[in-house]
Write a protein that binds this ligand. Structure first.
Ligand code: UD1
Ligand code: UDP
Length: 376
């Protein structure tokens, strides 16, 4: 066994940074040697640097600068860049997060090199293989050595796919750890004043290919968002993916729809905390609104996060039904069917993950229960 082996975190896109921060912090507290590789999948300062600053993430040991491209071009660049880094760094464990192309590429590279891996946010399934993320999730989970699940439904998905239970740990949600850490800094007032918003407003984030990649989808969505804006002013921090297409469809900055650059993590969550309503197609935002108790309408036919519906404030809507659903949500306020938050979304997922990794690195074969985690 190697003395104090290196743990390498591979991060590339905005949601990765939010999920990794608590894990990196907790591993640091246990004295584990670690480094971050930034693939450069997201590269604008407002999609990347601002998160390192807001979340207190350490400087990456390398930035591969892969940038944007088709799935094949981006994934190919990721594979080539990551292979070289993993060979050079010689990690004892590579940790990947979520379901983005950087996640998939890192898992493939490590599987071929025989490097062991851990997947944070394992087992989520939308059962919609038309989403690139679903393909990334299935491949990543099938090749990971350690799988960290954020919700109990993930355990049954992994069991159904034949993943041995001994590899799987239900640890809670590190994205919610980051939210807990940021909570004392979340004040809507400064960002509301800066954007010239009234006290009562809605926030919308939209970036799924199915919603923003074709003119037809963009037009249908924008016309529904504009109808919502007749009920309540809507602020849209715009993801660069949909910027042009949504603008062409009529989503332009004005008094009732504020279209602004992507916001930093603290500014964005401050805005969400003070919002009367959130409209989104983001994965992470479904979870954050659940924790903050803000009504959330998700413009998608499905979600890999059903726990945000059963234990949270989330509802799925079609673009056509969005205006009526917004009217109802604004009248009713937030309600959660179960009246309980998801189990283990308590701000301690990072330390649970770190304890499992640290024991695993030492070759300990502790049962999940002995490590303070539950696995079924
Ligand atoms: C990616 C993830 C998605 C995740 C999202 C989080 C994949 C397949 N998709 O989608 O699961 O929900 O990140 O935000 O990995 N762009 C910029 N600047 C940037 C980054 C991107 O302008 O810093 C633009 C480029 O035009 C690019 C487009 O956004 O082509 C899409 O970027 P990409 O990383 O391919 O996918 P996302 O839509 O961001
Ligand atoms: N987020 C942010 N600024 C924004 C929009 C989102 O800080 O303008 C944060 C959000 O709070 C969440 C994360 O980015 O923590 C989610 O990223 P995104 O929606 O891009 O990805 P997804 O979760 O859909 O994969």
């Amino acid at each position: 066994m190697r003395e104090n082996p290196l743990v390498l975190h591979v991060l590339g896109a905005r949601p990765n940074f939010v999920k990794a921060a608590p894990v990196v912090r907790a591993l640091g507290e246990l004295g584990v040697r670690q480094g971050i590789v930034h693939t450069g999948q997201h590269y604008d300062a407002l999609m990347s640097d601002v998160f390192f600053a807001d979340l207190g993430l350490p400087e990456p040991v390398a930035n591969l600068g892969v940038g944007s491209g088709t799935h094949a071009k981006q994934t190919a660049a990721l594979l080539v860049g990551l292979e070289e880094i993993v060979l050079g760094q010689d990690p004892g464990l590579v940790v990947v997060y979520g379901d983005v192309n950087s996640t998939l590429a890192a898992i493939l590279v490590c599987a071929k090199l025989g490097v062991r891996t851990a997947h944070v946010e394992a087992g989520l399934r939308s059962f919609d293989r038309g989403m690139p993320e679903e393909v990334n999730r299935i491949v990543t989970d099938s090749l990971s050595d350690l799988l960290f699940a954020t919700s109990p439904d993930a355990l049954s998905h992994l069991a159904a796919e034949g993943v041995p239970a001994a590899k799987v740990h239900l640890v809670g949600n590190p994205m919610i750890d980051s939210l807990f850490s940021a909570l004392p800094s979340l004040d809507p007032a400064p960002v509301v004043a800066r954007l010239g918003l009234p006290d009562r407003y809605a926030v919308a984030t939209l970036h799924r290919p199915a919603n923003v990649d074709t003119p037809e989808a963009a037009r249908e969505l924008v016309s529904s968002v504009l109808e919502v804006a007749r009920q309540i002013p809507v602020v849209v921090p715009i993801h660069p993916r949909g910027r042009t297409r949504l603008a062409e469809a009529g989503l332009v900055d004005g008094p009732s729809v504020r279209v602004v650059d992507p916001l930093g993590y603290v500014d964005f969550l401050s805005l969400v905390r003070g919002a009367a309503l959130v409209v989104t197609d983001s994965g992470g935002v479904q979870e954050e609104t659940t924790m903050l108790g803000v009504p959330c309408l998700t413009v998608r036919p499905n979600t890999e996060r059903p726990i945000t519906i059963t234990h949270g404030t989330n509802r799925l809507v079609t673009p056509a039904l969005l205006p009526a659903a917004a009217e109802k949500a604004l009248a009713d306020g937030a309600s959660t069917p179960s009246g309980e938050l998801p189990p283990l979304w308590d701000g301690a997922a990072g330390p649970r993950i770190a304890r499992v990794i640290s024991a695993w690195l030492k070759g300990d074969n502790l049962s999940p229960a002995a490590q303070g985690t539950r696995s079924e």
